[in-house]
Design a protein around this ligand. Structure first.
Ligand SMILES: [Fe+2]
Length: 296
């Protein structure tokens, strides 16, 4: 199972795509109708889809998996009684599978037979998405739900977040203890720390500074720099999160504490809490499909 892409709807999709290609550092993949698709250097046909729309919202977050895993998912999702439907992807790469709505509206799509593309050169392109994080009213409950209904595993719990993995990377998603449901942020994986720092420099050329970072997180141990994108959401330059063994013991909030005044390993930057919070409220989840049997 791998996190592949996120599909957003928003006003000004073309401007958002221009920002992501010209400044953030992505490559155009395709424009189909009113949807702009952008890719990184890796084998996924796209990492982010931007559909022009009157409102901003999250359409889906897409994972790719094996046929066997999809069959398991159909059974466990049906048993958990979640709203779900079979789906055929019209996005680049195609594929088919299911789309699932979690308890707080998060929309996760799982595809098989989705084609990959040849990697491309580009030191300032992201390799892939490393994680997509959601805000939750009850992150603890959602952590339990994705373990039971999706076979994901909780990697760590902190005061702020429940980190969840779907493979051996420490987390591909996480649920923030926010008190409301929305998109928290999208993290683009750069090839190394140097590429993260060059990205910060390129945004500085546009008079954009990180809302938080650079720093190095505790859980996952990734280097990060968060920005508030001109088109609304919080986006992150990140290095890869660390790998964990199958028998990794989840840490508890008391295992992940910081010295006073610290909230990351380096402690070199302030966090724009108000700005980040406002940006995190911009993209809610919106389901525009009806539940249908999964033929589990
Ligand atoms: Fe992150």
């Amino acid at each position: 199972m791998k996190l592949r892409s996120i599909e957003l709807a928003l006003p000004g999709a073309a401007d958002a795509a221009a920002f992501l290609t010209d400044i953030w550092g992505m490559a155009p993949a395709a424009v189909e109708g009113n949807i702009h698709y952008l890719r990184g250097s890796g084998g996924f046909p796209y990492l982010i889809a931007l559909e022009d729309s009157a409102d901003s919202y999250v359409r889906s977050t897409t994972f790719v998996c094996t046929v066997e895993r999809l069959e398991q998912l159909k059974r466990s999702v049906s048993e958990a009684g979640l709203t779900a439907a079979p789906v055929t992807s019209d996005d680049p790469g195609g594929g088919h599978g299911i789309i699932v709505e979690l308890a707080e509206g998060e929309l996760l799509r799982f595809l098989v037979d989705a084609a990959e593309v040849a990697p491309i050169e580009g030191h300032d392109l992201p390799v892939k998405l490393t994680h997509v994080v959601f805000n939750s009213a009850d992150a603890e409950a959602t952590g339990h739900l994705v373990e039971e209904a999706l076979g994901f595993r909780v990697s760590d719990r902190t005061k702020g977040m429940v980190f969840v993995r779907c493979n051996d990377s420490h987390h591909s998603t996480a649920f923030a203890r926010a008190g409301f449901a929305s998109l928290n942020h999208i993290a683009f994986e750069k090839e190394d720390l140097d590429a993260v720092m060059r990205g910060i420099g390129r945004l500085r050329d546009q008079d954009m500074v990180p809302a938080w970072g650079p720093g190095r997180h505790g859980p996952g141990a990734n280097v990060f720099a968060y920005f508030i994108a001109p088109f609304g959401p919080v986006i992150e330059f990140s290095t890869a999160v660390n790998k964990v063994p199958d028998d990794y013991q989840p840490g508890a909030p008391e295992d992940w504490t910081w010295p006073e005044k610290r909230i990351d390993q380096w402690g070199m930057s302030d966090k724009d809490l108000d700005g980040l919070r406002a940006a995190e409220e911009k993209f809610r989840h919106r389901r525009n499909w009806e539940a249908a049997p999964l033929d589990a």
